[in-house]
Design a protein around this ligand. Structure first.
Ligand code: NDP
Length: 340
């Protein structure tokens, strides 16, 4: 089979591409320019014509993915901005929402062979203030409200979270509207902060993507390490995309309060662990001496747990440990000559 991966040059996407190629799939990746594809041609060159690129200069343009979806059996949509430097919230939400809708619209019109579309959403689309573990029916309505009320002066985390809520909602709404006339279904993957080695093009640590930049900073700069969030290994996310496409899943269940009350499973899959940055430092191997040690064992806050049952039960994902993830990440810094 052949899988389309949008935003193929991104941190997460390169691992998604790799997991499909390793499993024997052909992959067509979208990038915004030929230049952005060059590094990928090198990384995945050994897969020969099983890996190809298509240029989609603007994912929000009408018909953006019309050519890209032709002849593919499944789609992993990952292209979406992740940064904390937007002034206008629309800088994030427009490409997030319109990129998603254009992908689905192109698949509806031209994706004759498409059986499933995996939307790379985010755990931030689910974060709530409740005391119980996060679950698949949760929505981060707080971020949407904050952006609606405060616009450009809303917090950066809320602006990003808002973009992920709106993008994922638009996907479910699209599916609800067209489900009787399309030959595919949708799975949303909602990973938390995604960490691990990088195989996309990163000439220097300053050019790391947002999540791996946070990890690099935690290990190489002074400052408080007591706060945290939720995390997952990027290889597990790549693997989750493969499993989300190759696993037979239960039929579609809308994300409604009634379905939640009945305990029905939705195909929106979350997973990962909670952490404080100090946990990452404490998990480093003793022989790596160059990194910050913080104050071992001093943790001010870890967030609420996420409920990873669906990921484990339905996709049979086994999450990589913090020790292995930190070891792999530090080894990557060493290979790249970023630390000594
Ligand atoms: P990267 O910044 O490494 O990759 C983002 C990808 O999206 C790149 O291919 C980028 O293309 C593309 N992209 C960004 N903005 C636009 C735009 N306006 N128009 C077209 N393409 C665009 O980030 P990640 O790999 O971390 O993120 C990938 C996806 O995973 C995103 O949807 C993100 O929300 C999600 N995610 C990430 C997590 C993480 O911790 N990293 C956690 C949970 C979800 P270009 O290089 O041309 O800018």
């Amino acid at each position: 089979g052949k899988v389309l991966v949008s935003g193929a040059n991104g941190f997460v996407a390169t691992w998604v591409v790799k997991s499909f190629l390793d499993a024997g799939f052909s992959v067509r990746g979208t990038v915004r320019s030929a230049e952005k594809g060059q590094h990928l041609e090198t990384v995945f060159g050994l897969f020969g014509d099983k890996f190809e690129l298509i240029i989609v200069p603007d994912i929000t343009a009408t018909g953006a993915f019309d050519e890209a979806v032709k002849g593919v059996d499944a789609i992993a949509h990952t292209a979406s901005p992740f940064h904390f430097a937007a002034n206008d919230p629309a800088e994030l939400s427009e490409p997030a929402v319109n990129g998603t809708v254009e992908m689905l619209e192109s698949a509806r019109k031209y994706g004759r062979n498409v059986k499933r579309i995996v939307i790379n959403s985010s755990a931030v689309a689910m974060l709530t203030a409740k005391d119980e573990p996060l679950d698949e029916y949760d929505w981060n309505n707080g971020a949407v409200q904050a952006v609606t009320e405060n616009g450009a002066v809303a917090g950066n985390f809320d602006k990003y979270s808002n973009s992920k809520v709106l993008a994922e909602r638009s996907a479910w709404e699209f599916f609800d509207k067209y489900k009787n006339e399309i030959g595919w279904d949708i799975v949303a993957l909602n990973p938390p902060l995604t960490l691990g080695p990088v195989i996309h093009e990163v000439p220097s640590p300053a050019e790391l993507n947002t999540s791996t930049q946070m990890m690099f900073n935690a290990f190489t700069t002074e400052g408080s390490k007591t706060g945290g969030g939720h995390w997952v290994n990027v290889k597990d996310v790549g693997h989750a995309h493969l499993l989300a496409i190759t696993t037979e899943l239960p039929p579609y269940v809308p994300l409604s309060a009634a379905n939640k009350a009945e305990g029905k499973n939705v195909n929106r899959i979350l997973g990962g662990y909670r952490f404080a940055w100090q946990d990452m430092l404490d998990a480093a191997p003793a022989e790596a001496t160059y990194y910050q040690k913080g104050r071992p064992g001093i943790i001010a806050s870890r967030p609420r747990h996420m409920d990873p049952r669906r990921a484990q039960e339905v996709l049979a994902i086994k999450f990589t440990s913090i020790q292995d993830t930190v070891r792999e990440t530090l080894a990557d810094y060493e290979v790249k000559g970023w630390v000594k």
